[in-house]
Design a protein around this ligand. Structure first.
Ligand SMILES: [Fe+2]
Length: 230
């Protein structure tokens, strides 16, 4: 083995524990906020400037996440959103964490509702009807292959959500059934790479997804992502 290869291996060996520590101990407690401005074709003027707060991948752990949840809810409320979208993966292994998590999230103030969908972790360790019931009891809309519509000013806006893609039964036809083709639609889909299916036959759609934790395989500090998310 050449000296350069040995040096690379040594560097990887020393970086490994630090990287794992960052992923498991530091990154889960970080809250970063981005405010992209998105242009949607065919958007009525009445919806121009709509503010949607979106977050996901909480994997809520009551024993450690209390400060983070308070920061999250305060940050969302500071943005004064018109709508809130929560895009799945609420739990890690046990759906018993959902009620205490919703205790925090019920402090969120949204002018036109809070809309949620299933994530793959939620599907692995619970079932959609059970998760949906818990959310509905706290006044959240929860979409599994269905949609809701709201009127903002004089314009209709549809908010649609499928079941999670990895281990659920997403049904895009059922999800969009009853939405006029030209109605602007927010599609809440936990897994981002379902977009090719979601976009079929729609004129004005914005997909909002989680699952990637903001870039699942990024190298800490550098930000390099070696693979796109699946
Ligand atoms: Fe996920």
């Amino acid at each position: 083995m050449k000296r350069r290869q040995l040096l690379k291996l040594a560097a990887l060996g020393s970086a490994g524990p630090a990287t794992l520590g960052y992923w498991f101990k530091v990154e889960p407690g970080l809250l970063s906020i981005t405010r992209p401005e998105i242009v949607m074709p065919h958007l009525p003027g009445d919806l121009d400037g709509l503010r949607v707060a979106m977050f996901g991948d909480l994997h809520y752990k009551p024993e450690v996440d209390e400060p983070l949840m308070q920061k999250l809810v305060d940050a969302v409320n500071r943005e004064a959103p018109d709508l809130v979208a929560i895009v799945g993966d609420y739990l890690e292994y046990d759906d018993a964490v959902i009620p205490p998590m919703l205790e925090h999230l019920s402090r969120i103030e949204s002018k036109h509702g809070i809309f949620s969908v299933m994530g793959n972790h939620d599907g692995w360790y619970s079932v959609g009807s059970r998760v949906k019931k818990m959310f509905k009891e706290r006044g959240f809309d929860f979409l599994i292959n269905e949609h809701s519509q709201v009127t903002i000013n004089q314009a209709r806006l549809a908010i649609a959500g499928t079941d999670n893609v990895w281990n659920g039964h997403p049904d895009i036809a059922a999800t969009f059934r009853g939405i006029a083709r030209d109605t602007p639609t927010l599609a809440l889909i936990h897994e981002p790479d379902y977009f090719d299916t979601v976009v079929t036959g729609r004129d004005s759609i914005l997909q909002l997804s989680g699952h990637s934790h903001g870039g699942q395989c990024r190298v800490p500090l550098i930000g390099y992502a070696p693979r796109t998310v699946r």
